[in-house]
Design a protein around this ligand. Structure first.
Ligand code: 9J3
Length: 318
């Protein structure tokens, strides 16, 4: 039994209001405020959505990149964009890494994500997410930590923020990135780092801790949409001591979800996994790009299955 949450109630109200509003289709046209209308556009173009939260109207522009997704496409190892990759040397506050990026420059800028490995690991631990996410329209940097053994989660969080600053600052792909649409993720101590980075920098649009490990269990300071992935049988970062209390503490995150992988351990997120890939990609699309086409892959919550032991979320009505 989860506590009822203010953000969830607000979100549900907002959804009811949106349903009551007129839908206006405007292909590729940038509009200012259109009263209380929802504005959508055809796939591949930029859309604006004007919604209402409480008494205040707030614009949430959609940044759709790529064709309409399907249940197959979100689970595939790679997406529709051709990509390239480039190595980043150590320095600038983190241990270097690899940037994966779409070659397409015809659709405007992309959101960007920095991803940290965990204790003893290097970027190879989370490398599968580079091609997966970049080929779906994100600039991705998988990083090495300054010290794979000595860096605790908060240090990894600082390094994730340094990696984002590097991506949007001096990196060769800076011009391809929308610096207002950034995200963080990480495995284990890197996942704890992603939580710390999100708590430190609330402008971040999405955080995805993967079988996260951290000694702090209170993440009520996080105000970033956060998806936590846990492994049911993880004995290194047990979900009972890590992912689950982390999720339950995220009472001030505007949206949150907890995906628990049935019968899987600490390293379930260290290699290509269709289900993890579906939720990670959909979370980034939904909250970094505001791409509502991906909402169908997040809400309603999946029922328990042979793959998913448990799923908790802030979906409207759940
Ligand atoms: O980053 C991780 O895999 C967490 C490992 C761990 O249990 O650290 C304990 C000090």
């Amino acid at each position: 039994m989860r506590p009822r949450l203010t953000p969830r109630i607000r979100r549900a109200r907002m959804t009811r209001l949106k349903v009551a509003l007129t839908s206006v289709v405007v292909g590729g046209l940038a509009l200012g405020t259109v009263g209380l209308s929802n504005v959508t556009a055809t796939a591949g173009t930029t859309a604006s959505a004007t919604t209402v939260s409480g008494t205040q109207a707030a614009a949430a522009q959609e940044y759709r990149r790529g064709p309409d997704p399907t249940a197959q496409s979100v689970e595939a190892a790679t997406g529709p964009f051709a990509i390239q990759q480039t190595s980043v040397p150590a320095g600038n506050g983190f241990g270097g890494g690899t940037i994966y990026y779409p070659t397409d420059t015809s659709q405007g800028t992309f959101g960007a994500i920095a991803i940290s490995p965990g204790w003893t690991e290097d970027q190879s631990a989370i490398a599968w997410l580079g091609p997966k996410l970049a080929s779906n329209g994100f600039v991705v940097m998988t990083i090495n930590n300054n010290n794979a053994f000595l860096d605790f989660p908060d240090a990894r969080g600082t390094q994730l923020l340094a990696a984002l600053d590097s991506l949007t600052g001096q990196s060769p792909v800076a011009g391809r990135i929308d610096k207002n649409r950034l995200a963080v993720a990480g495995h284990s101590m890197g996942g704890g780092g992603a939580l710390r980075a999100a708590a430190t920098r609330p402008e971040i649009q999405a955080a995805i801790p993967l079988t996260p490990w951290h000694l702090n269990q209170d993440w009520s300071s996080v105000r970033v949409p956060t998806l936590i992935v846990g492994g049911e049988t993880d004995i290194i970062a047990s979900v009972g001591a890590h992912s689950e209390p982390f999720y339950e503490s995220l009472t001030n995150a505007p949206e949150r979800a907890y995906l628990e992988m049935e019968g899987q351990g600490h390293f379930v997120t260290n290699s290509a996994n269709p289900t993890v890939g579906r939720y990670v990609l959909s979370w980034l699309k939904r909250y970094v790009d505001n791409d509502t086409r991906y909402e169908q892959f997040l809400c309603p919550a999946p029922a328990p299955s042979s793959v998913i032991s448990e799923y908790r979320d802030s979906c409207p009505g759940s």
